[in-house]
Design a protein around this ligand. Sequence first.
Ligand code: NAI
Length: 467
Amino acid sequence: MSTYDLVIIGTGPGGYVCAIRAAQLGLKTAVVEKREAHGGTCLNVGCIPSKALLHASHLYEEAAHHFGAFGIEVGTPKIDLQKMLAFKDEAIAGNTKGVEFLLKKNKIDAHRGTGRILAAGKVEVTADDGTKTTLETKSIVVATGSEVVSLPGITIDEKRIVSSTGALDLEQVPGHLVLIGGGVIGLELGSVWRRLGAKVTVIEYLDRILAGIDADTAKQFQRILAKQGMTFKLSSKVTAATATDAGVTLQVEPAKGGEAETIEADVVLVAVGRRPYTDGLGLEEVGVAKDEKGRVAIDAHYATNVPGIYAIGDVTTGPMLAHKAEDEGVALAEMLAGKGGHVNYGVIPNVVYTYPEVAAVGATEEDLKAQGIAYNVGKFPFTANGRAKANLMTDGFVKILADAKTDRVLGAHIVGPEAGNLIHEIAVAMEFGASSEDVARTCHAHPTLAEAVKEAALAVEKRALHM
Ligand code: NAI
């Protein structure tokens, strides 16, 4: 029997980062992982492979449709889908091996197998061959992440009706891809296959896409996606999906009920959200409480109701984002080592990695209205940014929301090129409690896309220079 300070179940971004930080702080740490490779959903079937395909498909679209505008003639580029998928698999392998290396480097014991909590301080690991080992530990962290949700009556077969996992490995470009859910997974993976040649239809229950993102920003983004060729059926629900050898037949109704229509698809991607994954962990047996949404219930220190058992990441409350899980992992490791860990939940960036990207941090206009906070808006379009104009990437804008009384930056919303990188300037500004004037007075290099952020900050006081 091995004895540890800390045993973490799950090596996704939450779990493996928690392990590294704990080891750095001198805690004897082990991880338990049942997947072949470390890195969880994010590295194996989520963030990393989807970004690899987004990158490759973007280059294809650029070569196929946009190079001519820059005076580059390449003829008609051809897709070698098998090679593109192999490139994506290499991206996964490179990253998961990186995690393995980091665990070794930090002298973290990695136990391969399924973890089950027998009691506080005891984790049983069952290897693939059935061998059982029991680990003794002062603390246990549940970092088991989340799994895809389906809809009643719709069976995901990962061939015709796929989740985000199957959508990373389609054997051919579908003629017609229907997305159920206009959230981040649907729009990212829908973009990949649209660029590669699929007709893409988005069926979304709500009257808008990207629920939770600033409404004005989401609206602009939808316009851009429509211009790229995506079709949207909002306020609609799928009531049945039947897979055949030839494709999938969908029954679609208005969300409020009404006459159904039939839509034929070659492939359907179900992307209506994820739920916490706790199967077989033994949480019920040891009495770990869950909240009304089935998430592991925790206090401000990530502690469950059972002393010595903690939870971080998708399995518990908050946005299901890799970087949120990572930061929780670091904060918890620091607390367990007797330090003061902390995550500022008011400043967690959120990025949709399409082209253009959508990025957000802090409050939306809807949040501020709901809270009755008076605010000023500074908005600046990329059409007025010199670098964006020169590079023919002018779709979108930067919007900064600042407190009407104090000018403190309360949120920022960007749709546009490099939005996912640009948003971090505002995240840092918000961490330091900056005003929009602080951002506006910071010298920004010319010519950069970041100048659009400065101009949006200037626009808060209606003094943008280039519009
Ligand atoms: P989501 O919650 O982002 O979007 C799901 C969408 O499906 C919502 O707009 C919802 O209104 C709609 N919907 C729900 N039921 C429906 C129905 N019956 N018919 C039609 N539409 C319906 O969930 P998604 O896209 O599956 O992503 C899951 C999680 O993964 C999210 O929490 C997300 O944060 C995370 N993720 C983050 C990424 C990023 O940060 N770039 C990338 C991919 C996933």
